[in-house]
Design a protein around this ligand. Structure first.
Ligand SMILES: [Zn+2]
Length: 295
């Protein structure tokens, strides 16, 4: 069924692209489409002030990670109108790989090109790799550079803007990374998390994620699994559970009640309205949360 669906999508994609491919040229501007929120935030930062450029995001800001995403007709229209489609890569957009392959004219910029990904912990996120690379500040820098390079090649009129914005952004990220390092130096501890993306963020600063609790939104783990998690938390002496605003925390509350571990919320930047400063602002808020959880 899944296979059939992607074949249909690929055909639909090709048809839409063939019929509407002219529309951006008519409007005259350079049209950038991003796949979802983190990539949208990075792209807004890099394109800020660029002339005659529009940036649109494909997935709604309430969608979250794209693991279970279904391509809509409106997405197909956006794709057909875009001059370039900027993705996270690493399997995050796997639901539309066939559609992208079928649309031969589509310029796809893979922002995680050259980034070494951690293996996936499995569960609801599926896929071979943990593709939530943007949550490592170091990786976000590489993604920014990839976006800069791809846009410079595709839209050279604005190359000076992309160059300057990226240079400024990389400085901000270095500063942010320094803040993390000095704030979290000497801080250690084991935590559990509801999302494997957090491994990138915490791993950079030596904080170990003992367990990833993979739950579908609204679906709790079965009683045996839950009992095992509770046992693990008790024997490892874990005192912190990181949840995300995008998922319900009823399971976390059960674990917290049974073990005394406290719940804190980290934002992986996958939902909410993004602005050019969202990446730095949200990551700085995350640092405050990590500090209050682990100090
Ligand atoms: Zn995810």
């Amino acid at each position: 069924m899944k296979k059939l669906l992607s074949i249909i999508l690929a055909a639909l994609c090709a048809a839409v692209l063939a019929s509407c491919g002219e529309s951006t040229e008519e409007s005259g501007g350079y049209s950038i489409l991003t796949s979802f929120n983190p990539i949208y935030a990075l792209t807004l930062r890099i394109t800020d002030g660029a002339e005659n450029v529009s940036v649109q995001n494909m997935a709604a800001p309430s969608t979250g990670c794209l693991h279970d995403y279904q391509l809509t007709t409106s997405d197909m229209m956006k794709l057909s109108e875009a001059d370039i489609f900027i993705i996270n890569g690493g399997g995050m957009e796997s639901f539309m790989e066939k559609a992208m392959a079928a649309s031969s004219g589509l310029n796809v910029l893979n922002s995680s090109d050259g980034i070494e990904m951690l293996p996936s912990s499995g569960g609801h996120d599926g896929g071979e790799y943990n593709s939530h690379v943007w949550l490592s500040i170091d990786n976000a820098k590489k993604q920014a550079e990839n976006i800069r390079d791809g846009l410079t090649e595709a839209n050279p009129e604005n190359s000076a803007v992309y160059e300057q914005n990226t240079a400024d952004f990389l400085n901000e990220l270095t500063q942010l990374d320094n803040e993390y390092r000095s704030a979290l130096g000497g801080v250690s501890g084991k935590v559990i998390s509801f999302h494997e993306g957090i491994i990138y963020l915490l791993g950079d600063y030596g904080i170990e994620v003992e367990e990833i609790i993979e739950t579908e939104p609204g679906v709790s783990p079965d009683p045996a699994t839950l009992a095992n998690i509770i046992e693990d938390v008790k024997t490892s002496g874990i005192q912190v559970i990181f949840t995300e605003p995008q998922y319900p925390d009823s399971t976390a509350q059960v674990i917290s009640r049974e073990t005394g571990a406290e719940i804190y919320t980290l934002d992986p930047l996958v939902t909410g309205d993004m602005s050019r400063d969202s990446y730095v602002t949200i990551m700085r808020e995350n640092l405050d949360v990590i500090l209050s959880a682990l100090k």
